[in-house]
Design a protein around this ligand. Sequence first.
Ligand SMILES: NC(=O)c1ccc[n+]([C@@H]2O[C@H](COP(=O)([O-])OP(=O)(O)OC[C@H]3O[C@@H](n4cnc5c(N)ncnc54)[C@H](O)[C@@H]3O)[C@@H](O)[C@H]2O)c1
Length: 434
Amino acid sequence: MADNLPHKVADINLAEWGRKEITLAENDMPGLTHIREKYRPQQPLKNARIAVCFQVTVQTAVLIETLLDLGASVQWASSSPFSTQDHAAAAMAKRGVAVFAWKGESDEEYVWCIEQTLTFPNDKPLNLILDNGGDLTNLVHTKYPQYLCSLVGVTEGTSIGVHSLHKLLNEHKLNIPAINLADSVLNSKFCLFYGVSEILYQGIKCAAAVVMLAGKVCVLAGYGNIGKGCAKILRSFGVRIIITEIDPINALQASMEGYQVTTMEEASKMGNIFVTATGCPDVIRGEHFLHMRNDAIVLNMGLLDREVDVEWLKRNAVETVRVNPRVEKFKLSNGRHVLLLAEGRIANVTWAMSYPAFAMSYLHSLHVLAHIELWTSRDKYEVGVNVLTTKFDEEVATFHLCHMGSKLGKLTPEQAKYLALPIEGPYKSEHYRY
Ligand SMILES: NC(=O)c1ccc[n+]([C@@H]2O[C@H](COP(=O)([O-])OP(=O)(O)OC[C@H]3O[C@@H](n4cnc5c(N)ncnc54)[C@H](O)[C@@H]3O)[C@@H](O)[C@H]2O)c1
């Protein structure tokens, strides 16, 4: 493949469709629009050259346009080869953004696309990274260390990416300040809890539309941020929920919500629908498939492809039928069938539905504020894995509250004195768990 292309997308003719959807998403991303209005006059990202490795979707296009609006130059590749919305990529290429992404890139093409984001016009290297999963950060640290000296920092929004940052740090290989956004309150308690769960319902219906949810039993592996949101939304459709957990605290939370908590060995005999959201490999294995009822639906919402042992299914199925692009049906030796969605990959991302724009607006807003921080207050952040203070979560939360027409109370000077809090916040300590 040739290097130094201005962009590489599947079909530039999809740009008009992409633009219409970007506008729709923008109207439901109040955090980003508030940030544009507030910070545009100062151009705080002037001269910043940001390499972005993030799913190429209409929602992320709004993030990219916000960075551009604040003065940055941006080059963009996808963080997940299956997730690219080709119409979003086309719209951004049409407006002159250096975007390198198309749905279904091979592994080799995926790395090539990321590599195209490293040098900007006139051979100027990147000086900031906006990452989602750690691939760009790892690539620079391992294959292109010559760029490390020009780098001011990286922001990372996924737990897997943060895990790999800590790994680099522990091995004394991390060379730049990093900001962990995965553990920010607005990401874990809002973006994941509300955003991912809402898309789960759409995902099940989109793949297996004929299946009625009410009255079914859903086994949810993992009662973390995503599991909690999925359980809440499925319960509202009349689904009975069974939780499997390995952490007693999360298991206790599930029990106190009235969910049955048991092992996968037991639950596999009872469920009609199985959802994994653990980040742990081999949560659903051969012995569990063999217990399942006929036509059990299995899907994974975790980033790790190996939560469901798809290889076992492939090796042991006596017959495999592709029902539609999203569903494969495996006939087992016991005569029963298992319906696997999205080949066991992270379902919502694989289907390019990604997240609702409003939910993405939380995380994307934090990315922008973190980049302004890194670029304008770089001495504040040391090489290591940093977190943003609560003040930033509160600022982004306020932007979204305004959009919903919600009204926030204000402390009187006497109340503020009694509580020993600044009237303008932050209102909670960094350890508060919400
Ligand atoms: N679908 C998406 O769009 C999306 C977005 C962000 C993150 N993720 C991924 O989803 C997964 C879950 O994210 P989260 O924020 O809810 O994480 P979390 O850490 O809050 O929750 C995961 C839960 O799974 C439990 N668990 C771990 N191993 C288990 C096992 N073998 N059996 C049963 N339970 C087990 C843990 O105790 C924990 O409570 C992660 O892999 C994360 O990277 C997905």
